[in-house]
Design a protein around this ligand. Structure first.
Ligand SMILES: [Zn+2]
Length: 171
């Protein structure tokens, strides 16, 4: 990827708590935590006052990114200041929902609910058309058909943005 100020931590924030809690169950020396008794499991986001706008939009089938008015660049995961120029003049903006596949890993085993029932699945990193790189999952595509750079479009699974190949009819 070209340009300056490349983001190296995109996507790490939204799922951080779930990952941390999950690690507690598999990392030796840490006390196992109780699995959530309500809700769907580790894939359910925990919205806070800042990210609620993002998750509310996702629940309605819309993908948002943060856009900086000072440098005209977008970023993701959402932050209250621009990671490219540090301006606080950032706001939510609808994303096109288009992306290309940057990389992926097909997961064949996952003991954390509800992922175990989904294997194999393609954990992926995609480049949004607006620029930011985003961690997600590619659905609706055979493993052998996954290709770097393939055109994807956002889809929503229970309010969670995932991506699927652009249908030829609409692509
Ligand atoms: Zn900026």
């Amino acid at each position: 990827m070209g340009g300056t100020g490349a983001e190296r931590d995109d996507g790490a924030g939204l799922g951080r708590r779930a990952v941390r809690d999950g690690l507690a169950d598999v990392v030796p020396g840490r006390r196992p935590r109780t699995l959530p008794v309500s809700g769907g499991g580790f894939d359910v986001p925990e919205a806070d006052a800042f990210t609620r706008t993002y998750w509310d939009a996702a629940a309605g089938g819309r993908l948002l990114v943060r856009h900086c008015a000072a440098c005209d660049r977008a970023h993701h995961y959402p932050r209250e200041f621009c990671p490219h120029c540090w301006s606080e003049d950032v706001s939510w903006r609808p994303a096109s929902g288009r992306a290309t596949l940057y990389t992926w890993s097909v997961v064949h085993r996952n003991d954390l609910p509800p992922f175990g029932g989904r294997v194999p699945y393609a954990a992926a990193v995609v480049d949004l058309a607006e620029g930011p790189r985003m961690m997600t999952e590619v659905i609706g595509c055979e493993e052998a058909a996954l290709r770097i750079g393939m055109e994807l479009e956002v889809s929503f699974r229970a309010g969670i943005p995932v991506f699927r190949p652009v249908s030829p009819a609409r692509g």
